[in-house]
Design a protein around this ligand. Structure first.
Ligand code: DLL
Length: 437
């Protein structure tokens, strides 16, 4: 059984990897400078030119790129090739201004597929496997990314997308799926449904799962492994960097190997921006090395984690990142969807016409996230008829669903019932324990 998809890079010596990164970085910086006026300006403001970047030791001289820059540049401002050379976009959910829209040339898609192929191979996948992809297909990168990787490896690919869980299980059984790719919470739900349908792990052929796109704990890993009779592997990525496959777990299951031939990882102090020494906990920053359409130099992910460069029993030399341990911004991931409280506030503002008092309550019942928005009524609203209050509830619910793609339970509350704060308002109550800390 093949252990690696690309042994040459996955097991490359540190010296060779640095040499490769140096060479690619110089080219990537030049590509951005020549083709992305927005980032060129950021460099000029910092007094840096491509001539200052000769190796990865010069990386710290480059300015950071942040999510706000992506918003400002929406949709084409960071595009580094003519649009006619692009073959695909993928995107996060959100209103137009808040969406992250990533562009891909054919070469970008090929490299992305290759990263996912490495993840599938690390989970034991070969062309003998049947790979059920139950991440969402569409603008979300999960389905298309793992689909592409599965094709590359030569697995028989079941492009199920998410949802319709009983049908997922039926296909899994009828077609003897051996690898399942989906979010960890969906994997846990599939496990529950399998049991509810009267089956045990012996009734399916799954051996491995590749789960990511949201934080999940070691406890959840054990639960999923037990309920499906598999080994569960973590996979990480973000739309900005192509999607899943920036890093992936191997059989050791002690962190995710970063595909360093395509991405340089740094850890910074989220408050000062200072680069922290290896082994420190901080915000993960990525620099792409091969991206054509949507290159990113020093992109701040907002994910908090630690990088480690020890020997791995799998033989890979690629640096490892821990599972994300939190975020340095207020983004929540609910039912696999990235949610910023400000998106909700925008809807409330629109429907109420004024800033209302509200609170977002997130919890997990069994394996399913619950998402409630408590919104306080004003005195004159209370005197309105129940009918109009119900209509408001419906409208809010529909507007939230339209923007985020997930449903929230809207609870309208009595005036002054949401606690006031003298400092920062407590807008989010997240009762789940999703991070391993
Ligand atoms: O979630 C890409 C992806 C798809 C990754 C399928 C893995 C599998 P976005 O929707 O842009 O992209 O969300 C990116 O999700 O910054 C993290 O906060 C979080 N995230 C992604 N993978 C993991 C993971 C996809 N394995 C954001 N563990 C990232 C914890 C994760 N958080």
């Amino acid at each position: 059984m093949a252990k690696y998809w690309n042994e040459k890079v996955e097991c490359m010596s540190r010296e060779d990897m640095i040499e490769l990164q140096n060479e690619k970085l110089v080219k990537q910086v030049r590509h951005v400078w020549d083709n992305v006026p927005y980032y060129k300006k950021l460099m000029e403001e910092k007094g840096v030119t491509p001539d200052d970047i000769k190796s990865i030791d010069d990386l710290h001289k480059l300015p950071f790129l942040k999510k706000d820059d992506l918003r400002e540049c929406y949709p084409y401002g960071l595009l580094a090739v003519p649009l006619k050379d692009c073959v695909r976009i993928q995107s996060t959910s959100g209103t137009t201004g808040k969406r992250v829209v990533a562009f891909y040339t054919q070469n970008d898609v090929d490299l992305w597929d290759d990263c996912c192929a490495r993840a599938i191979t690390a989970a034991g996948g070969t062309n003998e496997d049947v790979c059920q992809v139950a991440y969402g297909y569409g603008l979300f990168t999960g389905g298309p990314g793992l689909n592409g990787g599965s094709h590359k490896v030569g697995c028989l690919t079941l492009p199920m997308s998410s949802g319709n869980t009983e049908r997922q299980i039926q296909f899994m059984r009828d077609l003897n799926a051996t690898i399942l790719c989906c979010t960890p919470s969906y994997a846990a739900y599939i496990g529950e449904t399998l049991r509810d349908m009267g089956y045990t792990p012996d009734d399916i052929s799954l051996k491995a799962g590749i789960f990511g796109a949201e934080p999940w704990t070691e406890e959840m890993r054990h639960e999923i492994e037990k309920s499906l009779g598999i080994k569960a592997y973590d996979i990480y990525g973000l739309t900005e960097t192509s999607g899943p496959g920036v890093s992936f777990e191997c059989s050791e299951q002690t962190g995710m190997h970063i595909n360093e031939d395509h991405f340089i990882a740094e850890i910074i102090d989220p408050d000062t921006g200072e680069v922290l020494p290896e082994g420190s906990k901080g915000e993960l920053v990525f620099t792409s090395l091969d991206k054509e359409a949507f290159p990113l130099l020093r992109y701040r992910t907002r994910d908090i984690c630690v990088l480690t460069r020890g020997r791995c029993s799998c033989g890979r030399t690629l640096v490892k990142m821990t599972k994300p341990m939190g975020r340095s911004d207020d983004m929540l991931i609910i039912k696999g969807v990235n949610v910023f409280p400000s998106q909700i506030e925008t809807v409330l503002l629109k429907d109420f016409g004024a800033t209302p008092n509200y609170q977002i309550v997130v919890d997990r019942v069994g394996t399913t996230d619950t998402f409630e928005i408590k919104v306080e009524l004003s005195d004159n609203m209370v005197s309105d008829t129940i009918k109009s209050v119900e209509a408001l509830e419906k409208k809010l619910s529909a507007d939230i669903q339209q923007i985020l793609g997930i449903r929230a339970k809207i609870t309208l509350c009595e005036p002054k019932s949401i606690p006031r704060s003298e400092g920062k308002a407590v807008r989010v109550i997240d009762k789940r324990k999703v991070y391993n800390v």
